[in-house]
Structures are given as structure tokens and as C-alpha cells.
Design a protein around this ligand. Structure first.
Ligand SMILES: [Zn+2]
Length: 358
């Protein structure tokens, strides 16, 4: 599919005809990367809401469309708001919201660090220049308005509760988080995501929950409403308590190892995770909990690097007979039984038991 990566479409205070009757028609009317500016009470100040960096994560777009169309006239936020809708082509390719990126493409939210993505194994034989160009255009569109706060709306690949991710913790970050959910993950993972760039303001990624979960769309909508209406003179007021989880690690399957999902031990080679692995996104995992099964290569099938690049998988997991079990109390995030996501991104994120950080 040919995409013009150099193009941005701008809309300012769109009318109801441009917004169409529903989000599906609206999305289908867009051509590529789209920036929508909404005028606010204080027109000297800006906030940014980004969505659809991943084409199969609809909550942000659904919620934005609802926010824009719920009254007879456009909402009037406290400040100007720039909305950025990124992967329109992927989101509309062969049915809506089925593709994170186009089949011959690459994950746009890994392209904000040009060096890392060019060196990555995922980039091999892919035309990554266009995706890097789009990432640059998005970063430019953000810098252009010098925003005071940025939120980036996503869905988790599996089902799970909403949570926020940021690279730093400030009162504003906690406040923004509290509009959407009650858990904030402080991350120092460098994967080339937009939130890793320095925009001289808080950037909070919101994982609203599963992509087909109505509750996730509701989380996004309520959060956008609050974010648009909050005062920015002093530190943003914090709505409710937010729990902070520190520095998740990514559990990955090594290249070339087979990944399966099953309810039972099937004796498959490589790694077999429990089919219902997503249920562990809710709540904690205790020492001894069964997560799946491993072949005779054992823990050598998987890897979890700490911030020094040391593989610490054996501190968190162990093999009993051929069972993969937790070796300590921990919390997992973003576990999914979609093989392609689990394989290309990670099996799931891990943090130490939440009780240590309450
Ligand atoms: Zn995403």
C-alpha cells in the first residue's frame, strides 16, 4: 500500500459535517496523519492528545469523537488542544482497527528514536524511512505548539485494567494519570516510543484497557473530558490517589523459539503460555503461580534484561518439572494471547510485587 508519509492534514474547529455521524465514518473520511486544533478559553496555551499511533487501538479515537460531538457545538476546553491521529491508514486497512501497522510496515511507536529503529532487527527488509518521517512529523506537530501537557492514548493488546506510563513522576503527571486510572508505571524502557522524547512538559501514555472493551472507551472519554477542563494555573489538582509502580522489565521470547498458548501442557517446543494469561493482568501473581510450560531448553527460551542489560529472568521465574512458574511475588502487565504481538513486542511486562511500593 502506497502512503504519502510527508503529508499532514490539518483541521481547525471542525464542523459537525466534517466530524460525521459516527467515529467509523469520521475515521474513513480521514487521509493519513491528521492534526485537529480545538480552540480553548486560554488561546495562548496548548495541550496535546495523541491517538492511533497503533492502528488497532481504537479507544482514543472513539472517545475523542464522542467528546467532539456529544454536545451541539464543539467542547470549549480550558486551553487550546491539538489532537493528533496518527496511523489512519493502518486503522482503516481491511476492516477498521485490525492492524497495529500495515502488513509491510513497522510499529510507528518504535520509530521516534531513529538510531534504535535503524539498528533493530524488526527493521530488516522493511521500508522504514516513511515511518521515521511520520514520527518526525508528529514530533514537529507537537513542538510547534509548545504544549504544557501531552497524553498519548493506547489500548493494551490483551484485556486488563487501565494504567498510565511515564518516564518521570511530577505532580502534573500524577494528576493527569488520576483523570484516567489509578496506576502509574514509571518506565525507563527505551524502545523508541513517543513518550521517550523530551517535549519540556509531562508526557503520559494511557493504556485504556483492551481494545474491544467498552470500559476502555469510557476511561478514555472521561479522562479526555477532565484533561480538557482542568485548570493549569497551579499544579494540576490530583483527583484521587495514584499507585506508582517502578521500572517494569520486559519478558521476551528469544528469536527462533516457538510460542504457543494452551490450557494444558501439550509438549510443544519452545514456550507455551496459559491460554488465559490475560487474567493475570488483573491483580498480582504469587510465588509458585503457573504461567505456562517450557521445553527442555527451560528458562533459556526467554529473557528479561534489567537496566544494566543483565538477564534476570531466573530471579523472577523458575522451572518446576517443565512448568514455568513465578519465583517471587510480582505483577504482570499487558500479557496477551495474540501470538504476533507477544512475539514481536514482549510476552508481558513485569514489576516487583506491588505491595513493596504501596
Ligand atoms: Zn499502543
Amino acid at each position: 500500500m502506497d502512503i504519502d508519509f510527508s503529508e499532514i492534514n490539518y483541521l481547525v474547529d471542525p464542523c459537525s459535517r466534517t466530524l460525521h455521524a459516527d467515529y467509523q465514518q469520521f475515521l474513513l473520511s480521514l487521509i493519513g496523519l491528521t492534526v485537529i486544533d480545538i480552540n480553548g478559553e486560554n488561546s495562548d496555551e496548548w495541550r496535546v492528545i495523541s491517538t492511533l499511533l497503533h492502528g488497532d487501538e481504537p479507544s482514543g479515537l472513539i472517545a475523542l469523537h464522542r467528546w467532539l460531538t456529544t454536545e451541539n457545538s464543539l467542547p470549549r476546553p480550558k486551553t487550546n488542544i491539538r489532537l493528533i491521529i496518527s496511523s489512519v491508514e493502518a486503522a482503516t486497512y481491511q476492516h477498521l482497527f485490525q492492524h497495529r501497522y500495515l502488513p509491510d510496515g513497522i510499529d510507528l511507536n518504535r520509530c521516534f528514536n531513529e538510531k534504535t529503529i535503524r539498528e533493530s532487527k524488526d527493521a530488516k527488509n522493511k521500508n522504514i524511512d516513511g515511518y521515521i518521517e511520520r514520527a518526525k512529523l508528529i514530533a514537529c506537530a507537537i513542538r510547534e505548539v509548545n504544549p504544557k501537557a501531552i497524553i498519548d492514548l493506547h489500548n493494551t493488546s490483551g484485556n486488563g485494567p487501565a494504567f498510565a506510563v511515564s518516564t518521570l513522576i511530577t505532580p502534573s503527571v500524577l494528576s493527569i494519570t488520576s483523570y484516567f486510572c489509578d496506576t502509574l508505571i514509571l518506565s525507563d524502557i527505551n524502545i523508541g516510543a513517543m513518550m521517550e522524547l523530551d517535549f519540556s512538559c509531562p508526557v503520559v501514555t494511557i493504556e485504556c484497557g483492551g481494545s474491544s472493551d467498552d470500559q476502555a472507551h469510557e476511561v478514555a472519554y472521561q479522562g479526555i473530558k477532565n484533561f480538557a477542563q482542568c485548570d493549569s494555573h497551579c499544579a494540576l489538582p490530583q483527583d484521587k490517589a495514584v499507585q506508582i509502580l517502578y521500572k517494569p522489565l520486559r519478558l521476551v521470547i528469544k528469536t527462533g523459539r516457538k510460542l504457543s498458548f494452551s490450557e494444558h501442557d501439550e509438549g510443544y517446543s519452545g514456550v507455551t503460555l496459559r491460554k488465559n494469561i490475560e487474567q493475570f493482568n488483573y491483580g498480582g501473581c504469587c510465588d509458585g503461580l503457573l504461567l505456562g510450560w517450557l521445553d527442555d531448553k527451560g528458562l533459556d527460551n526467554i529473557e528479561m534484561l534489567n537496566d544494566q542489560g543483565v538477564n534476570v529472568v531466573a530471579q523472577y521465574f523458575k522451572m518446576l518439572d517443565n512448568k514455568l512458574v513465578c519465583a517471587t511475588s510480582l505483577k504482570i502487565f499487558m500479557a496477551s494471547n495474540q501470538t504476533n504481538i507477544a512475539r514481536s513486542d514482549c510476552l508481558f511486562y513485569v514489576v516487583n510485587n506491588i505491595n513493596n511500593h504501596l
